[in-house]
Design a protein around this ligand. Structure first.
Ligand code: ATP
Length: 298
């Protein structure tokens, strides 16, 4: 028996990073938004294994360290069953791109394995288990638009109106999330900047509730952006090009290096994607829309 799960990438509409805590983590305010770039994860009963296919899959492990395999092992342990899951991942979400592709695969594996081993397991249980694997995993199960506080794993869905049209400019190479946080700490220390406790942006929440793309574009923020730009200065050109081509908003997605641009409608998004490709400021530029549902059994 096998189950296929489709799972979306995320973009952070707001990523507020608080001061470094004693335990090495930062308190975050994270507005997650699920977009129509999907991985497909097929789980078949059989010996635990991971295979991956896709145009750009360098760096994706196929051993037990793959987050989807770790998710299967975690769920099996929770249920007291053998982790008999042969996992195949069709990857469309950029790897190490700040769009939570690994977390998405973990969420898909949790849902797929649950469908095989214990259908009817509550989403809440899967989200709790997902939170043990990574702070982005619960959101990949939930989808839509949601705000996460703490390390990002306590989620509250946000009301939104309408559909938003995005362009994602994929970079050559990836950025390691821990390295970007470390650079953020280094820059703050160097500039004696005192990080403040982050709060949800009222302008962002109002724009989402009203379906106002222009106001949303103006309200996008990412406290990790200076660090991502410091580690990969070429992203400044990418961001500037998207603005020049008329994007309503532009920011680095999560820890980068993918850059996200908001367009007024689908046609505008296709135009900006073509212009970014033509300008040679990205490895690829893809249009997508959001919000979309979280991990879904096909
Ligand atoms: P985030 O936005 O959550 O910080 P990311 O999108 O920047 O993550 P991922 O694509 O999740 O980055 O990959 C980060 C690293 O995780 C990869 O370089 C790889 O070594 C490891 N990894 C483990 N499992 C997976 C998986 N299923 N898919 C992609 N990467 C994985």
């Amino acid at each position: 028996m096998s189950v296929t799960v489709r799972v979306p990438a995320k973009v952070n509409l707001q990523l507020g990073v608080g001061p470094l805590r004693d335990d090495g983590y930062h308190d975050l305010v994270n507005v997650f938004h699920a977009v129509s770039l999907f991985d497909e994860v097929t789980v078949t009963e059989g010996p635990l294994a991971v295979t991956v296919e896709g145009a750009s899959i360098e760096g994706v492990p196929t051993g037990p360290e793959n987050l989807a395999a770790r998710a299967a092992v975690l769920l099996a342990g929770h249920l007291g069953v053998e982790a008999a899951a042969s996992i195949h991942i069709r990857k469309e979400i950029p790897v190490a791109g700040g769009m939570a592709g690994g977390s998405a695969d973990a969420a898909a594996a949790l849902l797929g394995c649950a469908a095989l081993w214990n259908p009817g397991l509550p989403l809440k249980t899967l989200m709790e288990l997902g939170g043990q694997l990574g702070s982005d995993v619960p959101f990949a199960l939930l989808g839509g638009t949601a705000v996460g506080v703490g390390r990002g794993e306590v989620l509250t869905p946000l009301p939104t109106s309408g559909e938003y049209h995005w362009i994602f400019a994929l970079a050559e190479g990836g950025l390691s999330t821990p390295a970007v946080y470390a650079e953020c700490d280094r820059l703050r220390a160097a500039f004696e900047e005192h990080a403040v406790w982050p709060h949800e942006s009222p302008a962002l929440l109002a724009a989402l509730a009203e379906g106002d793309a222009k106001a949303l574009g103006a309200a996008l923020t990412n406290d990790l952006q200076p660090a991502a730009l410091s580690l990969m200065p070429s992203l400044q050109r990418t961001i500037a090009a998207g603005r020049d081509f008329g994007a309503l908003g532009a920011l680095v997605s999560g820890s980068g290096p993918t850059c996200a641009f908001l367009a007024g409608d689908a046609e505008h998004a296709a135009d900006i994607a073509a212009a970014l490709r033509g300008a040679g400021v990205a490895r690829a530029a893809v249009a997508a829309s959001g919000p979309v549902p979280g991990a879904t059994v096909l």
